[in-house]
Design a protein around this ligand. Sequence first.
Ligand code: XMP
Length: 335
Amino acid sequence: MEMEKNVRPESFERITTFEQANAFIEEEVAKVRAQVGDKKVLLALSGGVDSSVVAALLIKAIGKQLVCVHVNHGLMRKNESENVIEIFGKELDANLVYVDATDRFLDLLAGVSDPESKRKIIGKEFIEVFADEARKQEGISFLAQGTIYPDILESIKQAEGKKAVKSHHNVGGLPEDLQFDLVEPIKLLYKDEVRVVGEALGLPHAMVYRQPFPGPGLGVRCLGAITRDRLHALREADAILREEFDHCGLAGKVWQYFVIIPDIKSVGVKDDGRYEGWPAIIRAVNTKDAMTASIEEIPYEILHKITARITSEVEGINRVLYDLTPKPTGTIEWE
Ligand code: XMP
């Protein structure tokens, strides 16, 4: 198999079985060992499918020569960083550096309401926090990235002058003093193949089949200027939505589902008194490639249950709304 160039050769068979995945893993393990030798490799481990699969593959290939850095920007979903620590730090015994940078991010974002400015701040700060950690590490020679084939196709499109709708966040653009050689073992794979490889590597099903989560995290779902109290409400409401989707079997059926909280309050009533609160907006979409998306028809019974739980369990939320807008005209995220 010719894997060196950024073009997937016609002869590269689609990976659909464990047998094919294992053959791929064996080949990539040998390649990574040959490329890296006894040097050290750094990886930004977000806990997303792609970086997790790269981490598991590299742990298999080079063990503790891989240094995983997990940056918690304070915009993760409930228990997400804890899961990364549990799986990679404990179960896979990885060389894992955990950085809680919540204050750095939230202080910088205070008062910033423009969506693109928020994305830029989060992306830039992410690189800075990661670079600070990289400088603390001795003898790093390589940077591993969870680049996959659609990323390569997208950058080709952009190089051809087509406009991106939103600036997407990744680890590109490290400072000059940190220009490492790249290790990108899954760069010719499509997402479905990455998942098969992930399961063959022994990663938990829930991690490998995790719904997409944007790099700027809950930052693009806590609309307008982020405040800690609204962010907390968003995280709790989102956890309830995910829990209920798990219970009723929708989790495996719906491509992406999450909560958004706008920066508005309405008048409500609770315990016979006036109760001003934010609305929680539910979005649940199905799509093949995220370019267009349709709305999942959630049974009313489930919507009622989610509404009851969110309004009673989450401080500060007094209404629940359901977004019925397909893409277009709505993008999947609200910012
Ligand atoms: P939109 O909102 O553009 O989203 O319809 C399409 C898909 O991309 C995800 N998304 C991101 N993913 N970094 C990412 O890795 C980002 O900055 C980002 N912004 C949006 C979104 O969740 C949806 O699945």
